[in-house]
Design a protein around this ligand. Structure first.
Ligand code: SF4
Length: 469
């Protein structure tokens, strides 16, 4: 599974594009396929975007060309097929009121309806990204300025959106009324910074000020930071999966620390599903923090029974064995002398298709492990995400179609237990009402057009539109 996007923006710094580059570098885990920066000198707009990681796409000379005191940047992941340069962000257009650039993290859930409406009104949609629709709506807005335009158009948009908007002389940050995706505000001297996660602030030495609140528009200009709250915010739906899997452990998101939360999930797992074993084995890096919590609560030591190869590029030499099997083995190698004859608990942060876990367990057994138990620091994933995480379809999610006992047999472990929804919510450092848990519970915070090929304007395989079919 992949996150779709990461955002970084800065206002009022002579090295705006360089700092944006560093901010994106810290947020690389949120999208590795394309990235871009748009900057403004107040008079002129500059942009550079390309396919590839931040260090592939930018170098000293490209950054030098991105002049100005104000810039926004975006890292993006996409599914195959829509992974093209024209879909890379930020999107930039020039229209009668000047230039405007936009960067989006999230996924709109009414994009087919919006696209139909815009096309009926004469808009020509250039990409397959729902983010482009926001730009078209902004261009068509009749309000006097960009802030008022946002207030006018945002009620038409449904779903998840953390947005950065850049004009010649203003940086704007927006979070949808549910607050699905994170967005925080920092300060670096007199400059304001907006970022998806606080790890980006840390890298450039900026101080965390606060989160952009759900349903809030913050605009930053020579007048400082101004806040508008045009929505009636009734409930929140912070993506709980940001804590479980996506965000960096050194980040604070939704005001709480990811590392500490993952440890608490591991503690809750140890209390809910104890099991006797010689040691606990995190799968690096994903299950490491929950494993620490499990170990502390259960008093069972941790051993690194599988070692990660940090130098994984592409190899053209492949043995004749199953390719997937080989790909897992090239990343993680079990330590036979440690595992032989031992009872082991593997801590996973989630199980998606179960195929990778199955191969790892096979490798542990071949290395001599006597018993292999698996504990998962979240509940079974039973439903896709429509709010900006690239989940497989329900068909591919193993827990959507199989019982825990069937999954246990498939993976080949001696026991398999998941953290319950109640314990997961109890381990959070925020009230349980704050979260979206739809991929575990099917309780979507708002109605979604499930026919959408998530995060794109392509209609899904079943060809349904407007929620029918
Ligand atoms: Fe996050 Fe799951 Fe909700 Fe998507 S459905 S926003 S992954 S909690």
């Amino acid at each position: 599974m992949k996150e779709y996007c990461g955002l970084f923006g800065i206002y009022g710094h002579k090295d705006a594009s360089m700092l944006t580059y560093l901010g994106l570098y810290a947020l690389q885990h949120r999208g590795e396929e394309s990235c871009g920066i748009v900057s403004s000198s107040g008079k002129r707009i500059y942009q550079h975007k390309a396919m590839g990681t931040v260090s592939d796409v930018f170098d000293a000379s490209t950054l030098k060309r991105l002049r100005g005191h104000l810039s926004i940047g975006h890292v993006r992941y996409s599914t195959t097929g829509s992974s093209t340069l024209k879909n890379a962000q930020p999107f930039l257009i020039n229209y009668k009121r000047g230039a405007i650039a936009i960067a989006h993290n999230g996924n709109l859930t009414n994009s087919l309806e919006l696209k139909d409406k815009l096309e009926m009104d004469g808009s020509i949609i250039q990409t397959s990204m729902d983010s482009e629709l926001i730009l078209h709506l902004l261009v068509k807005a009749k309000a006097r300025d960009i802030k008022e335009s946002l207030v006018d158009i945002l009620p038409q948009i449904k779903g998840a959106y953390s947005l950065l908007v850049l004009t010649n002389d203003m940086l704007i940050g927006v979070r949808d009324p549910y607050g699905f995706r994170p967005l925080c505000i920092g300060k670096l001297g007199n400059s304001y910074v907006l970022a998806s996660e606080t790890c980006a602030l840390d890298l450039i030495g900026a101080e965390y000020v606060r989160d952009v609140e759900p349903g809030e528009i913050v605009s930053i200009s020579k007048n400082g930071l101004e806040s508008t709250k045009p929505f009636n915010v009734s409930s929140r739906a912070f993506c709980i999966f940001e804590f479980i899997y996506f965000s960096r452990p050194d980040s604070n998101i939704f005001t709480k620390n990811v590392y500490l939360t993952r440890k608490r999930l591991g503690e809750a797992l140890a209390l809910e599903h104890p099991v006797e074993a010689d040691f606990i084995m995190p799968i690096p890096d994903s299950g490491t923090y929950a494993a620490l919590g499990f170990s502390e609560k259960s008093n069972i030591p941790i051993e690194m029974g599988m070692i990660r190869n940090h130098y994984i590029g592409r190899t053209f030499i492949q043995p004749s064995q199953n390719r997937r099997d080989f790909n897992v083995r090239i990343k993680l190698n079990p330590i036979k002398d440690l595992l032989r004859g031992k009872r082991v608990i593997i801590i996973e942060d989630s199980i998606v298709r179960g195929t990778t876990s199955k191969i790892r367990v096979k490798a542990l057994r071949e290395a001599g492990a006597k018993e292999v138990h698996m504990r998962v620091s979240c509940p079974p994933l039973i439903s896709p995400c429509y709010y900006g995480i690239d989940f497989p379809t329900s068909k591919e999610l193993i827990a959507a179609r199989h019982t825990t006992e069937e999954i246990r047999q498939f993976i080949g472990v001696d026991s398999l237990k998941y953290l319950s929804v109640e314990r997961m919510l109890g381990a959070m450092l925020l009230p349980k009402e704050s979260f979206c848990t739809a991929c575990f519970t099917k309780n979507y915070p708002e109605s979604v057009n499930k026919c959408l090929n998530k995060n794109s304007l392509e209609v899904g395989k079943n060809k349904c539109r407007n929620g029918k079919g």
